[in-house]
Design a binder for this molecule. Structure first.
Ligand code: GAL
Length: 450
């Protein structure tokens, strides 16, 4: 079984044997991973960069995904077009609902009915959970033929494999801890991008006084949890995030720092407009775009929306890392479910090969707002936000500050994530105190761990 490398371990009790535990083991693995990463980069030559890959054409594939917003649809359209251009037949199964909760429910129903889709947008520990249930096909022969190990960061390769074989292919690396802003709106109160939460609050107070909504937000549990984890990283730092949101350490979960995280979340609650409840994330992005609000805290799929609307980063909208140090990682991947039939198996292989081809990784990520999962794709066509993400990812990796997203299913099992989402959403929609939220979180997580 491959072990995770750049991202550190969750609680030893968590059912993810593929993750490392213990600080020593952790340090060694990380050191090796860094060495491997460096060697991989050195081994690649510019000539290899945009080469094509070799899998024969054809096949059918039904693809279940949740990419239905403007930017998302454009990005998945790139995959469909590339697949069809190779002679494949694409059956589209989109399940609306940002963050993928509805899609995961639909997936469970399809598997229980004995009729899984061939390829599913699925990520993180969820891949291992389905693999353990025996629900997946591997695409190891494609991965070996195309040397995936040599071009993926070890952290991602580890997530894509079960029992040492690839059962999924990664399309991208999304960063979660971003702050998006409308520069014209900020100018109205003489503000620039805040670099601390205190600065953020001061700017938000000025905007409120000027009658402008400071924060565009959609009140859905996964969006609340996205904001929560960004604040947790910002207020507590990467070591705190790792302990509390990944390792589920009770001391960190019940610490004063966690109280402070909820205090900042309470502040943010005061900065959203009255109609936030249930709003889709892309409508919140549109509020920033249209000048109805100043900021949004959201992963860089939000940039996909700005770009799809023809907006230019640094001109029409601003991107900055949310206050704090570190990098919250979220990577989308397609996982291959057990289907039978020569056309279906062929379709899975073609899709796997296409997803990992350098040309596709470039085209797709230019539309999606993310950066390529492959480390050998040149960044010269990417915008300033993507270049920043790329640089900050390397810096965070070196500084041991790369953290997996809890809200986006990269860190903990779904049951534990569910507890985070419940508490955070209840807090956001009530006058619960920070202390009570901390208590509820600690108990909920104990419950989920059994
Ligand atoms: C994330 C996913 C992104 C984006 C977002 C909103 O979980 O990784 O690709 O689609 O949800 O739907």
């Amino acid at each position: 079984m491959k072990r995770l490398t750049h991202i550190k371990a969750p609680a030893p009790s968590a059912p993810h044997g593929f993750l490392m535990t213990g600080p020593m083991a952790d340090r060694n693995v990380r050191r090796n991973a860094m060495r491997q990463f460096g060697n991989t980069v050195l081994a690649l030559t510019a000539g290899m960069l945009l080469g094509t890959t070799a899998v024969q054409a054809g096949g059918n594939v039904e693809v279940l995904h949740w990419w239905t917003s403007g930017g998302e649809a454009k990005a998945v359209g790139e995959l469909k077009n590339a697949f069809e251009a190779q002679g494949g037949t694409w059956v589209d199964s989109p399940i609306a609902g940002g963050g993928g909760d509805a899609a995961m429910t639909a997936l469970r129903a399809r598997v229980v009915a004995g009729n899984p889709p061939a390829a599913v947008q699925l990520k993180g520990p969820g891949i291992q959970e389905w693999a353990r249930e025996g629900a997946l096909n591997d695409v190891e022969d494609v991965a070996v033929a195309e040397s995936w190990d040599a071009v993926l960061p070890p952290v991602l390769a580890g997530i894509m494999k079960y029992d040492g074989e690839y059962v999924a292919a990664p399309v991208n690396i999304h960063r979660v801890d971003w702050l998006w802003a409308n520069p014209e709106v900020l100018a109205k109160v003489g503000a620039t991008m805040p670099t601390t939460w205190d600065e953020f609050n001061a700017t938000a107070d000025k905007l409120m006084a000027a009658g402008i909504t400071p924060l565009a937000h959609g009140g859905q549990p996964w969006q609340d949890a996205t904001v929560f984890e960004v604040v947790a990283l910002g207020v507590g730092g990467p070591a705190f995030y790792q302990k509390a949101l990944v390792e589920l350490d009770q001391e960190a979960l019940t610490s004063d720092t966690m109280v402070k995280v909820f205090d900042q979340l309470r502040k943010l609650r005061g900065y959203v407009d009255p109609n936030f409840s249930g709003r889709d994330w892309n409508l919140a992005t549109a509020m920033v775009m249209n000048g109805e609000a100043a900021f949004q805290i959201m992963g860089d799929w939000a940039k996909g929306e700005f770009l799809a609307a023809g907006k230019v980063p640094g001109v029409d909208f601003l991107c900055a890392a949310a206050p704090g140090n570190g990098y919250i990682l979220n990577s989308d991947s397609f996982t291959f479910f057990k289907v039978e039939g020569a056309d279906e198996l062929e379709g899975q292989k073609l899709l796997a090969s296409l997803i990992m081809s350098p040309g596709f990784q470039e085209t797709f990520n230019l539309a999606k707002g993310s950066i390529p999962a492959r480390i050998d794709v040149p960044m010269d066509k990417f915008d300033i936000c993507a270049v920043k993400s790329h640089e900050d990812l390397a810096a965070a990796t070196a500084a041991n500050a790369l953290e997996p997203s809890m809200a986006h299913e990269m860190a903990v099992p779904r049951t534990v994530r569910g507890e985070f989402l419940d508490v955070v959403t209840n807090f956001f929609n009530s006058d619960m105190s920070s202390e009570d939220a901390v208590k509820a979180l600690s108990e909920g997580i104990k419950r989920a761990q059994g």
